[in-house]
Design a protein. Structure first.
Length: 158
């Protein structure tokens, strides 16, 4: 009888690779989810990317193009802090950096959250994270539901 080996599909490999890369990356404190807008330039420097800012009626988007080709967007409320972070591209950004003080909560919940069809969704009262993709094509969104400005829909945060 032929011997069968355990196989892992590519979504599990992608999730494991993303978590390992994030966990093994250096811990850097800077502009991140829940942090003030004033530290975004430092965030761009640590991400080694260029910043482009886009003004909206009730918030600003600071778009950081990373050397990997990934684009990170940090959404900032008028006169407030970063209420959402979104990304898309060939690599997952340093999530410890992007999620800041919410990173440990994300990792703890991610360990117990099922991954389905290359997607992981975490929905808590104080933190929502959606991660999807496969090798060289990742997207994600993390936001603080209580901090989203009035009149802004989650659908705008991409």
């Amino acid at each position: 009888m032929p011997r069968q080996f355990f196989t892992i599909d590519d979504r599990v490999i992608a999730l494991i690779a993303a978590l390992l890369a994030t966990l093994l990356s250096p811990s850097i404190a800077s502009a991140a989810l829940g942090e003030p807008e004033s530290s975004i330039q430092g965030d761009a420097a640590k991400f080694q990317g260029a910043v482009n800012s886009i003004e909206h009626l009730t918030y600003r988007v600071h778009e950081i193009a990373l050397p990997s080709g990934t684009v990170v967007r940090e959404f900032v409320a008028q006169g407030g802090g970063v209420f959402a972070v979104a990304w898309h591209g060939p690599a997952i950004p340093n999530l410890r950096q992007a999620l800041g003080r919410y990173f440990d909560n994300y990792v703890a919940v991610a360990k117990t959250t099922p991954v389905s069809q290359r997607r992981m969704d975490i929905n808590q009262a104080d933190l929502v994270v959606h991660v999807a993709g496969h090798m060289r094509a990742f997207t994600g969104l993390a936001y603080l539901p209580q901090a989203i400005p009035s009149g802004v829909s989650v659908g705008e945060l991409q």
